[in-house]
Ligand binder design. Structure first.
Ligand SMILES: [Mg+2]
Ligand SMILES: [Zn+2]
Length: 213
């Protein structure tokens, strides 16, 4: 299977070229934030998200969902509920002709009440655990990748993982610290900004031209 890569990522010393990813927050970013929703029937892409995902995908970014789901630790829904949620996300991407390269959930929260999941962990954003795991699993080059989210914890996770952070300001709070690398009020504008910045940083005027397949 061919994989979209870009010439600037090829490092002859460290083996096969790594991919670039857009790490995607789910609630308040890909879709409306319905607190502790575990019902896949309520999953709907927010306006402009599909267009933005397509733009990122065409520019060679792999698409990976990175989501805190403390509803598990809080006993609001069981961990097995994450399976149909992941399946629904895959269907949503597939039905738009998009490939979802990975889904990573953090079920933890230190103040939860479930004995197994109410713990400090290294994956709840702003910790970088999920992004780092995805980078290892999928051979992703973090310094050229982005985390897109609507919270300061998303930007914090980006910084802690060594990638760049893009803040969507349309839904919740403004992020002041840590400072995002890109701020926009729609997902599509974020996607445009990320692709434009990646082209400027690498001197590639057309990332598409370097893609395989
Ligand atoms: Mg969010
Ligand atoms: Zn966790």
């Amino acid at each position: 299977m061919s994989r979209a890569t870009s010439a600037w990522q090829i490092d002859p010393i460290s083996g096969p070229p790594a991919s670039t990813a857009a790490f995607l927050d789910k609630d308040g970013t890909l879709m409306e934030d319905i607190p502790y929703n575990s019902d896949p029937q309520k999953f709907v892409f927010a306006p402009g998200v599909v267009k933005g995902l397509r733009h990122l995908s065409q520019a060679g970014f792999r698409l990976v969902v990175i989501s805190n789901q403390s509803g598990v630790a809080r006993g609001i829904f069981p961990k097995v509920a994450l399976e149909p949620m992941e399946e629904k996300l895959r269907q949503m991407f597939e039905s738009e002709g998009l490939k979802l390269d990975g889904v990573y959930w953090c079920p933890h929260h230190p103040e939860g009440n479930h004995p197994e999941w109410a713990v400090e962990c290294d994956c709840r954003k702003p910790a970088p655990g999920m992004i780092k795991k995805a980078a290892t699993d999928l051979n992703i080059h973090l310094a050229s990748s982005w985390m897109i989210g609507d919270r300061d914890s998303d930007i914090g996770a980006a910084k802690n993982a060594g990638c760049r952070g893009a803040l969507l300001t349309s839904s919740t709070q403004q992020c002041i610290e840590p400072r995002p690398d890109l701020v926009a009020s729609t997902f599509f504008d974020i996607a445009l900004g990320i692709v434009a910045q990646s082209q400027i940083l690498t001197g590639h005027q057309n990332i598409k031209a370097t893609q395989n397949g």
